[in-house]
Design a protein around this ligand. Structure first.
Ligand code: SF4
Ligand code: SF4
Length: 89
């Protein structure tokens, strides 16, 4: 795995071409459909999956375009039920 250097982060902050990457993983069956995570994503890719129902009977949250995740962890931090884990690379 390639490690980001300080200059990489400076490039990101200045709007350079290198973009932070992340992967948000949802444990869909423990989601209670509260929608909090859909309000905090800076790239607006977290949404309720209206075509799915989990074991609790809720539409679970998920990603509309996982390639766009920047690994900010906002979604994981706001979730009251620890549904989401985020890997950064
Ligand atoms: S980690 Fe950040 S960018 Fe990725 S899905 Fe969650 S809120 Fe969006
Ligand atoms: S904040 Fe957690 S429990 Fe609420 S919809 Fe998102 S993943 Fe589900």
């Amino acid at each position: 795995m390639e490690k980001n250097t300080n200059s990489d982060y400076e490039s990101i902050i200045r709007g350079g071409s290198k973009v932070a990457k992340g992967k948000a993983i949802f444990n869909e069956d423990i989601c209670k459909g509260c929608e909090l995570c859909t309000t905090v994503c800076p790239v607006n890719i977290v949404a309720m999956q209206k075509d799915k129902i989990n074991v609790k009977g809720y539409h679970p949250s998920g990603l509309t375009d996982e390639e766009k995740c920047v690994g900010c962890t906002n979604c994981a931090l706001i979730c009251p039920d620890c549904v989401i884990t985020v890997e950064r690379y």
